[in-house]
Design a protein around this ligand. Sequence first.
Ligand code: MD3
Ligand code: FE
Length: 232
Amino acid sequence: MTSSREHAWGQAAGTADLFDGGIATPVAGERVPLSDGAWLLRGFALDVDAALMQAVDAIAHAAPFRHLTTPGGFRMSVAMTNCGRMGWVSDRRGYRYERLDPCSGQPWPKMPACFVALASRAAADAGYPGFDPDACLINRYVPGARLTLHQDRDEARLEAPIVSVSLGVPASFLWGGLDRRDSTQRHALAHGDVVVWGGASRMRFHGIAPLRQGWHPAAGDIRINLTFRCAG
Ligand code: MD3
Ligand code: FE
């Protein structure tokens, strides 16, 4: 495997191998600085994971996961839905936040109290008190699904951080710079990991490598990612 992977995880002693590539199992309770303003809070959501998974199921019942189309006409391999006052959508007309689910014409499901509580607790822990997200994009990955390198810049309040929560099968997160051509680092994001992306890191390019075959007792062979945003 690449030296960047070994470098990223080389200092985590006494942890078991999670991937054959040598990425180690995250240690719950660790706070890892990723870059300026970005913190990885390992295992931060582990105490509420069952409530989060149950809430995702309820949201998906009202606003089913769907494969959006990019403005360029490609079907995204990641399936998405939203909750909260605003939801992120993509179609031939572009990327944007909408108050209504285009599939149903109804408002997105309300953001569950356990979502808001976790997101604001994580943001405060990383140095962003008073985080009050109005949108939660929910991504669902099956084996092979990926998110190519991109920036998140459709939100109205770019000074607010984004909080992400990983659930289910672990993923290899690609972490670049402010220019698409900048080199990327990889970090494993495992079930229960929370990352807070603010400050100078807010506009960095990032993505998810194709999901590898795996199994997590709470999610089966899929990965779920929640991203909390101040969009409106
Ligand atoms: C860094 N999701 O939904 S979460 C996305 O795991 C997205 O599904 C990925 O990128 C996922 O837009 C990665 C980590 C993440 C989310 C938003 C960020 C990292 C970020 C915004 C700015 C910088
Ligand atoms: Fe993103």
